[in-house]
Ligand binder design. Structure first.
Ligand SMILES: [Zn+2]
Length: 75
């Protein structure tokens, strides 16, 4: 896996497919049975690549998996 700016690229399947991670979809109010988002609009690497911190968003501190994943074709 290689990283091009904020695009998380994965090679394979005969093409160059990459992903970007958009707004945070973690429900911040689940513990009180409500629905509220933190307003984070785009995942930002939270640390150096290869570290666990990199998988946490620099803006909202949520794990990358909480951010909406969008597939891209890279040319
Ligand atoms: Zn975020």
């Amino acid at each position: 896996m290689k990283f091009i700016n904020n695009v998380h690229a994965a090679q394979g399947n005969g093409g160059n497919l990459g992903y970007i991670y958009m707004e945070c979809t973690k429900n911040q109010a689940a513990s009180v049975h409500q629905y509220s988002l933190d307003g984070c609009g785009e995942f930002r690497l939270g640390g150096e690549l290869g570290t666990t911190e990199a998988l946490l968003c620099a803006a909202c501190k949520c794990h990358r998996n909480y951010h909406r994943k969008v597939a891209l074709l890279l040319f």
